[in-house]
Design a protein around this ligand. Structure first.
Ligand code: PDD
Length: 305
């Protein structure tokens, strides 16, 4: 597999990251996962905007990663994945310096790593059709969940708790409010309204969440961004998660109790259909799939010039 590391394309196995890298030592680091559908990199600008937001707040040396969009496309081409489903992974860290909690001075070069992997959508497709079981867990995460940092210990533990209960996702509950899942946002349908937690420092502003809210508007489904309280959850007719890898996946039981009639509901199904059409439409429109032009080079810009 060809990957990208600090301005160069390299064999993934040959990349060496220092044990003094602050991503390794402190999770002083951000990441993004971008979905690639054959011919379509899905909303890369939105992912880069979120990465830049995190880099700004972490005060990394590099705070604009827009040059990574052509790199993502190159990686797909170089790994012969252009006509397949794939995921692009980006991770950036504050860089390498002797271990000391405060920022190193002078600031080290930002470490940038990117790779692509094949994504077999079969399992997720099945889950989208049948729905998943979910559990709730206390939200023990920190108060800057709007930044996509690699400090994911709470998410890992919650995800494992879900796996051990044969559930597909764990939903974090903070002060009686269902916030989001370990790797996806959370939505509930009350009456005809799709309700999801408002954007704040306690959830990640999901790209899929935003797309789904737009689709609701197109479908004349009412939306509300307000807290979803645990003590009202039994009144929801449908629950779902939204995310890059999950797209729109219905939750059919929560803590073993059936949601609605215990099967994917009409709102989730309508949104799934609208989401698929949107992808098909975008696949037709996205111009990047054409072969690389002579002289075109994604390495013209670098994170550490
Ligand atoms: N996770 N909330 C959390 C905590 C997430 O980690 C994610 C994405 C989302 C959904 O965001 P988006 O729609 O932009 O993917 C919400 C990625 C996919 C991951 O960790 O693999």
């Amino acid at each position: 597999m060809t990957a990208y590391f600090n301005g160069r394309f390299m064999e993934k196995d040959e990349i060496r990251i220092s044990p003094d890298d602050r991503g390794f030592l402190f999770s002083d680091s951000l990441y993004e996962v971008i979905r690639y559908y054959p011919g379509l990199l899905f909303r890369p600008e939105a992912h880069i905007r979120r990465l830049n937001h995190g880099a700004d707040h972490l005060r990394l040396a590099c705070r604009n990663f827009s040059h990574l969009i052509p790199v993502a496309r190159d990686l797909i081409r170089k790994n012969h994945l252009a006509d397949q489903d794939a995921l692009v992974y980006i991770q950036v860290t504050r860089g390498t310096a002797p271990r000391n909690h405060a920022f190193p001075d002078p600031a080290p070069k930002t470490t940038v790593y990117m790779c692509v992997s094949c994504f077999d959508p079969a399992v997720k497709d099945r889950q989208r059709k049948t729905g998943i079981h979910a559990i709730t867990v206390p939200d023990i995460r920190w108060a800057r969940c709007d930044m996509k940092t690699t400090g994911l210990t709470a998410n890992v533990l919650a995800s494992q708790q879900a796996a051990e209960k044969k559930a597909g996702e764990a939903i974090f509950v903070r002060d009686g409010v269902l916030m989001e899942g370990t790797h996806a946002n959370f939505m509930a349908v009350f009456g005809n309204t799709v309700t999801t937690a408002p954007l704040s420092n306690y959830i990640l502003g999901g790209i899929t969440r935003e797309t789904v809210l737009d689709l609701c508007r197109e479908l004349n489904i009412r939306t509300s961004q307000e807290p979803v309280y645990e003590n009202r959850i039994h009144l929801a007719s449908e629950l779902m998660i939204t995310g890059t890898t999950t797209e729109i996946t219905p939750i059919v039981t929560l803590n073993t109790k059936p949601v609605g009639n215990g099967a994917p509901g009409p709102v989730a199904k309508a949104l799934q259909a609208a989401f698929s059409s949107k992808i098909k439409q975008m696949q037709k429109q996205d111009p990047w799939f054409s072969p690389m032009k002579k002289g075109e080079n994604s390495l013209n810009h670098s994170e550490n010039p």
